[in-house]
Design a protein around this ligand. Structure first.
Ligand code: KIV
Length: 273
């Protein structure tokens, strides 16, 4: 799909629709967005899910981590992205520490959904986070969990590195995946884990599993939009690819990414661990 015209047949993507896509074996295509213009491009390109990731702290604000992103900033960017979308589902990250307990997470999710227009919120980790996921789910807030390399834990992890290469860490991630799904998460992002671990988790869970640096055998893929357009300064992550280089416009690059994910051409062996 390389057209600049909106597909009139395209229906809005919904949370239950994502689960149906997994059941039907249709790959889910997800990209980050931080403003209305890029949101409109990804919607036009037929990308299923727009994620207002707290990566905005790094790629938009120029910080060294996602930790400085505030709830006000996340709400501002989520509302901007919402104005650019017509069919893609909008997911927003809970910024660092806004998920420290159910009360704060409920307050943050309220703002991201009511002011920002998000349909789902994403939060990192398991353990005490499972109680938070339960509280959100009970109040009709769809939740996307995030395991593996969880950027808000960068200081504990000692950097942005692959997680789950050692058998005990892989088993812990596997158990955490089961725990967040049991707590009510409706989707799971797995970041920078070995492809084999991601394949096992995807087979185990009924909810869709979206990979980033997690191999080709997940139910879908997500990339940071500036990485896949070759805009991010410095070295591009191993798992990303510059789609703009071979395609003439931002929409065409996003559509090529969507086509490649759906056809199983991306990620390839050189984009995985
Ligand atoms: O913040 C973000 O952009 C993310 C994706 C990398 C999944 O969490």
């Amino acid at each position: 799909m390389n057209s600049q015209t909106r597909d009139p047949e395209r229906k809005p993507v919904t949370v239950p629709g994502l689960r149906a896509m997994k059941a039907e074996g249709r790959k889910i295509v997800m990209l980050t967005a931080y403003d209305a213009s890029f949101a409109s491009c990804l919607d036009l390109a037929g990308v299923d899910v727009a994620l207002v990731g707290d990566s905005l702290g790094m790629v938009v604000q120029g910080h060294a981590s996602t930790l400085p992103v505030t709830l006000d900033q996340a709400v501002y960017h989520t509302a901007a992205v919402a104005r650019g979308l017509s069919s893609s589902l909008l997911v927003a990250d809970l910024p660092f520490m806004t998920d420290r307990d159910p009360a704060h997470a409920l307050e943050a999710a309220h703002r991201l959904m009511a002011e920002g227009g998000a349909a789902m919120v994403k939060l990192e980790g398991a353990g005490h986070i499972c109680v938070v996921i339960e509280a959100l789910t009970e109040r009709n807030v769809p939740v996307c969990a995030h395991l593996g390399l969880t950027p808000q834990a960068v200081h504990r992890l000692g950097g942005y590195r692959v997680q789950g290469r050692e058998a005990d860490v892989a088993e812990r991630i596997f158990d955490d995946a089961r725990a967040v799904a049991a707590a009510g998460a409706q989707m799971l992002v797995l970041e920078a884990v070995p492809a084999e671990l991601a394949r096992r988790i995807t087979g185990e869970l009924a909810i869709p599993v979206i990979g980033i640096g997690a191999g080709a055998d997940t139910d879908g893929q997500v990339l940071v939009v500036y990485d896949m357009l070759g805009i991010t300064p410095g070295k591009r992550p191993k798992f990303s690819k510059d789609f703009l280089r071979e395609h003439g416009s931002v929409v065409a690059a996003m559509a090529a990414y969507a086509d490649d994910v759906r056809a199983g051409r991306f990620p390839g062996p050189k984009h995985q661990y």
